[in-house]
Design a protein around this ligand. Sequence first.
Ligand code: SF4
Ligand code: SF4
Length: 361
Amino acid sequence: MARDVFFAPLQEDPTAFAEPDLRPGLQALGRALGLAEKVPGKWALKVHLGPRNRPAAVDAGWAEAVAELFAGSKVSGAFAFDTLSITTEGLDEAVAHRELASLKGFGTGKLPYVVADAPDQGESLRTELPGDSDLSDHTLAGGLAAADNLCVLTPVRPHPHVGMRGAITTMGVGLADRASKIALHRSIRPQVDTPLCAGCGVCMTVCLFDAIKLNAGRAYIDHEACTGCGECMNVCFMAGINPEEEAGVPAFQARVADAALAASLKIAGGQAARQVYISFLVRLDRQNGGARSRQRDRLGNIGILASRDPVALDQATYDLISERMGGKLGDWSGFKQLPDVLLARAEAIGLGKRAYKLVTV
Ligand code: SF4
Ligand code: SF4
């Protein structure tokens, strides 16, 4: 049976400078999802800070507006969280991460903010993986032990290994502790296309693992040090860094689906009433300036999508962006990778259904 995906459209005009007001749309989505119905326990809201020099990818005001939807049911104790990054400087260490969160308005109002895998958050949480997973182990940030229910707020963005980062990728990667994040990415071996490399060095500046060097004016990657995080691929304006082996990408996508299911089961018992996914198709034209060739200016805001089913939600997100780009997600993302293996694996292991009904609120 098709799963409901609720859609609050926004004005698409990419030339508009004013930030869109998301509160009316979020309130309509909250009513459609029945978020005011009482669910015992604490809600943990996954947010995404983004790098130092840019606005938060999930604005603190958006997260507070969502928390208020739960607060309407007298559920207390909601908290926002993110985890330490393996791609973004300043988000990879707990003290700097908290400072940046505060600068971006998190933890300064009614909604507390937690760096869920900071050293003071306790031991990582073990999870159960599907029996045929090629991950041997997957552990979540220890701070999530305090969560009974999960709300994943995803700023939809291009992703080098998936095409688009949606709810499944946010959950699979973004709730993991650092060791598991690195294990998830290990199948990706980025390779520099040497004739394309202009020797600008930008990839070196973003690599947190010191895995890129210049040799005779061209970049090369030390695969012993590289984690496969993909940040260098994101920033190369020549589109000169790509996965070495095609097989690494589907392996990554399947692992992420497995990790997402493991997180859903661990935190919310896999129960629909205890999990909510909200994806923001907002500011789609404003990422990675100067990076890959993207027809970003064709998309501004599409709207907000929400569902109890992360697979249906990601399928709807994929379809909406592709449709607006004349059928080609890659024209928007700048990457040839598509989320097909991710979605197929996520459905096969029971994380959700790809069939959906789009309901405009
Ligand atoms: S960012 Fe691209 S062009 Fe610049 S050094 Fe790295 S691989 Fe070469
Ligand atoms: S070289 Fe490896 S670790 Fe460094 S940014 Fe690229 S993918 Fe990430």
